[in-house]
Design a protein around this ligand. Sequence first.
Ligand SMILES: [Zn+2]
Length: 386
Amino acid sequence: MNKFVMANDSDIISGVVTDVYFEKTKKYLELMHSNPFVSMEITTQSSTYEYIDFTGLNDVISLLKSHNLSVYALPEGTVIKPRDVNGVPVPFIRIQGKYLDFAELETPLLGFICQASGVSSYSALIKKSLGDIPFISFGIRRMHPAISAMIDRSSYIGGASGVSGVFSSRILGIKPSGTMPHALSLILGDHEAWKVQYENSDFRVFLIDTYMDEKFAAMKAAEEFPDIDYIRLDTPSSRRGNFPNLIREIRWELDIRNHQNIKIMVSGGIKLEDIPELVNAGVKSFGIGTSISSAKPVDFGMDIVNIDGRDITKRGKFSGIKNVFRCPECHTVIVQVSSEKPSCSCGHKMDNIMKNYMDKGKIIFDDSLEMIRARSLNEIDSILEL
Ligand SMILES: [Zn+2]
């Protein structure tokens, strides 16, 4: 019996975490002795994100690796619009094999990429909006603990400079980042809490809104510990009034007392649309939680595009086995059936950006997390537009 109301690894791999119509379809096809060789493609009609920062392929490969299938996909961390320059949907993954070898895995497979890509795509927007100003992903407490590492991984790829989850360091190697909780000030009092943080942490961030007005607490913290890195405001919504103006006031009071070195970090309910005004007010670091961890999933769908060599698909989809070409210069994307490199209207030859990740069950391409993040950061910078 599972202890929590959730599936474990073997439940997911065995295919029981599926929709019942796939179980029925398998049964009927077996009755009819039909098991064709199919190509299936994953595309999205999503209008939630203008650009998708694609993640979750790692878990798709883990799910499919014991099956006799071939998998082609855009690399994780690719930042791309859901349709090409001609309006053709971009295939993010292509799976080829006998239909009955993976029919019921469509449900978990889509779940892996829909949610992960939603988190990374939203994080990418925050990263683009912030530029070099760092943000830490704080939001795992708002979601089911079973997916905390997925949230941290996706937000890290999407540009978070750090993530708060301790478990993520264990299975992903991302060193967790954090400041101090209100509990520490409540138990020890502000001064003792600041002191113990000052003496024991190399990232000196003081939380200053537990008991006092933020301005007077900031001045007190700066006077007692003038070489700290940040003061952090997690001001409750009932006290916010005009949050940017509160920050401007604190910045002013610190500056005229020669505490220009102490920067301001904010957290608590921050969304993408709040960022420009907070940056303008002088915020130099962000802790962003729920808006990242509860980012809307990308609604990827998976469809047959070829059966036993015959191009065929349902209404509303584009049949045929496709490749995705992108211009290395102007980033124009063209989806086409031919594998021959087209020329871009800017004059450059385009590259096929779909990679072969798995060949008949054998993994042949495996990116490290740091490679994926570097790709994503580069593409957020050069391709994504707000
Ligand atoms: Zn071009």
